[in-house]
Design a protein around this ligand. Structure first.
Ligand SMILES: CC(C)(COP(=O)(O)OP(=O)(O)OC[C@H]1O[C@@H](n2cnc3c(N)ncnc32)[C@H](O)[C@@H]1OP(=O)(O)O)[C@@H](O)C(=O)NCCC(=O)NCCS
Length: 184
C-alpha cells in the first residue's frame, strides 16, 4: 500500500480494512493505551463505515508495524451541521512527543473539510488527560462541556469542539436542515 503522506520520514496510511493484521494491531494499541474498554463492534462500526477517516502511521524500520492510529467519522449533527468526530487516537509510547498525534488530527480534519465540508469537529477526553487536552487545545479545540462520570472508570470527560464555520457558532434552532428527507 502506498502512504497518503510522508511527514518527517514517517509514512501515514489509510487504514486497510481488508488486512486482518492491521485490525489486530490497531485494537491492541487502543486496548493497551486508552482507559475505555471498547468492544470489537465499536472498532468495526467506525472502520467499516468510515474507512476514509481512519489512518495509521507505521515504523519505517519495520514497515508492517503500526505505531499510531486515529479513528474518526463524519455525520450530520441534529440535521443542521456536518460534524467530524474523533473517536480514538493512540500513539505507541516509544514514538510519542514527535508530533505524530498532531499530524494525524490535522490530516483527518483537512480531509473532513475537503470531502465532507464539515462545520465543526468534536471529541471527548478524560479531564485528567493533560497531554491530550494540551494537544487538542494547541490545535484550536475549546472545552464546551464537562460530562460527569462519562467513562466506565468513573472519570469525568471534557467535550472539546473545534468550530470551523459560522454555522458552528449559531444556535441549532436558527439553522435550516441539511438532510434531504424523502417526499411523502
Ligand atoms: C495523547 C497522545 C495521543 C499524544 O501523542 P503524541 O504523538 O505524543 O503528541 P504530539 O507529539 O503530537 O504532541 C502535540 C502537543 O501535545 C502536547 N502533549 C502531548 N503529550 C503530552 C503530555 N504527555 N504532556 C503534556 N503535553 C503533551 C504538547 O503540547 C505537544 O506539543 P509540543 O511537543 O510542541 O509541546 C499520546 O500521548 C497517547 O497516545 N496517549 C494515550 C492515549 C490517549 O490519551 N489518547 C487521547 C485520548 S482522546
Amino acid at each position: 500500500m502506498v502512504p497518503m503522506k510522508i511527514i518527517n520520514g514517517l509514512p501515514y496510511y489509510k487504514f486497510n480494512v481488508q488486512d486482518k493484521d492491521e485490525f489486530t494491531q490497531v485494537s491492541r494499541l487502543i486496548s493497551q493505551h486508552l482507559s475505555e474498554p471498547y468492544s470489537i463492534y465499536v472498532y468495526w462500526y467506525f472502520l467499516n463505515t468510515w474507512p476514509q477517516y481512519c489512518y495509521t502511521v507505521k515504523d519505517p524500520q519495520q514497515p508492517t508495524s503500526i505505531i499510531g492510529v486515529i479513528i474518526s467519522k463524519v455525520e450530520p449533527h441534529r440535521e443542521v451541521r456536518m460534524r467530524g468526530y474523533i473517536g480514538m487516537l493512540v500513539i505507541d509510547p516509544k514514538f510519542r512527543g514527535k508530533g505524530i498525534a498532531s499530524n494525524l488530527v490535522r490530516l483527518s480534519i483537512q480531509n473532513m473539510i475537503e470531502w465532507d465540508n464539515i462545520d465543526e469537529v468534536m471529541l471527548e477526553t478524560e479531564v485528567i488527560n493533560a497531554g491530550a487536552l494540551k494537544l487538542y487545545e494547541s490545535l484550536g479545540f475549546v472545552r464546551s462541556k464537562r460530562l460527569y462520570r462519562y467513562y466506565l472508570n468513573t472519570h469525568d470527560a471534557y467535550r472539546l469542539i473545534l468550530p470551523l464555520t459560522e454555522k458552528s457558532h449559531q444556535r441549532i434552532a436558527f439553522l435550516p436542515s441539511i438532510v434531504n428527507k424523502p417526499a411523502v
